[in-house]
Design a protein around this ligand. Structure first.
Ligand code: PLP
Length: 356
């Protein structure tokens, strides 16, 4: 029987362990009291906790089992393919610590994108290679693969991309996962606002795929600090091995679980509002004198090119309106990044822009 044409990509299996730092492979993780005993017991004298109830006197579940199970159901992946972290930042840092040898290995981060990947690389003393995205902020795999050396262990992609707002074209992302013999991280912090499906549907096809999502944006829980990471279970096991034992506090676990269980309709409603308002705001900005380009967005913000972006930024600050000045970022010259707010906030922004 002939093989389907996508057979090769379906069978992408890299040797994960060969990419992992030796000290991490050999690491014997800290085993907490709550790791060694889980389950129901009358008398808990194993963790030096205060026995009197304060609501928080017990250590939380180190593996966040209930929360991960709920996330797995929502995202239609296996619980073993889910990691939860103290924001996406924790997952980003863990990936560097697992896969990149300080002072030796490299990470490839197509630019412009979210600054945290490079900061985390620098913190871990990992060299950053920064090939450009195309002029319309898409991925050109041939350019990326030319920059790859054998020291490159990971590639960070952001789709929809921050600060440009666009989804990366899926054929290019897939080609990269297929051809790169290392970890491909796809940060989907803004996926809820995008018209396309998450890459989580491809976890079975690519064991080098790592997906980041967060409750900070569409779910409206930035203050809770809850990042999600989806990957092959071997990668998730490594992340659990290296993370701090109680990385998600009891309150965040309970609150996140509650919101995931009861807040889904509310979240969808917010997303519809923001996407609708994004369209209105983009149209208003395009009509605004001095604005030369409003980039297409699949996220909850708009990248806008204008005459004198920094001057405009300062004038907006004086009116009490804060946007993000991205004009010093390569390929974002003269650009401000504007988060879509409520209709009232967007109207205030527009009248301030028209005054300035
Ligand atoms: C906002 C954002 C995140 C979210 O980070 P958290 O630590 O989960 O709040 C992740 N990636 C990108 C690209 C973002 O813009």
């Amino acid at each position: 029987m002939p093989l389907p044409s996508d057979f090769k990509s379906c069978m992408k299996r890299i040797d994960i362990n060969s990419l992992v730092r030796k000290n991490i492979l050999n690491l014997k993780p800290y085993s907490s009291a709550r790791d060694e005993f889980q389950g129901e017991a009358q008398v808990l004298l194993d963790a030096n906790e205060l026995p009197y109830d304060t609501g928080f006197n017990r250590y939380p579940d180190p593996r966040q089992r209930e929360l991960r199970k709920a996330i797995a159901e929502l995202k239609q992946v296996a619980p073993e393919q889910v990691f939860t972290g103290n924001g996406s930042d924790e997952a980003i840092d863990l990936l560097f610590r697992i896969f990149c040898i300080p002072g030796e290995d490299c990470v490839l981060i197509p630019q412009p994108t979210y600054g945290m990947y490079a900061v985390s690389a620098d913190t871990n003393d990992i060299k950053t290679l920064t090939p450009p995205l195309t002029t319309d902020f898409d991925l050109d795999v041939d350019v990326i693969l030319k920059a790859v050396t054998e020291k490159v262990k990971m590639i960070f992609l952001c789709s929809p991309n921050n600060p440009s707002g666009n989804l990366l074209s899926s054929s290019q992302v897939e080609k990269l996962m297929d051809q790169f013999e290392g970890i491909v991280v796809v940060d989907e912090a803004y996926i809820d606002f995008a018209p396309s499906k998450s890459w989580t549907t491809q976890l079975g096809s690519f064991n080098n795929l790592v997906i980041l999502q967060t409750l900070s944006k569409a779910w409206g829980l930035a203050g809770l600090r809850l990042g999600m990471c989806f990957a092959n279970e071997a990668v998730i096991r490594l992340m659990d091995k290296v993370k701090a034992p109680y990385n998600i506090n009891q309150h965040s676990q309970e609150e996140a679980l509650q919101r995931l269980k009861t807040g889904r309709e509310q979240k969808e409603q917010w997303v519809r509002k923001i996407v609708n308002e994004r369209q209105n705001l983009a149209a208003a900005l395009r009509d605004c004198p001095g604005i030369t380009k409003v980039f297409p967005s699949d996220a909850n913000f708009l990248l806008v090119r204008m005459n004198n972006a920094t001057g405009t930024y300062m004038r907006l600050v004086n009116e009490g309106i804060i946007v993000r000045d991205r004009s010093k970022v390569a390929q974002c010259e003269d650009c401000l990044r504007i988060t879509v707010g409520t209709p009232e906030e967007n109207r205030e922004l527009m009248s301030a822009l028209q005054r300035s």
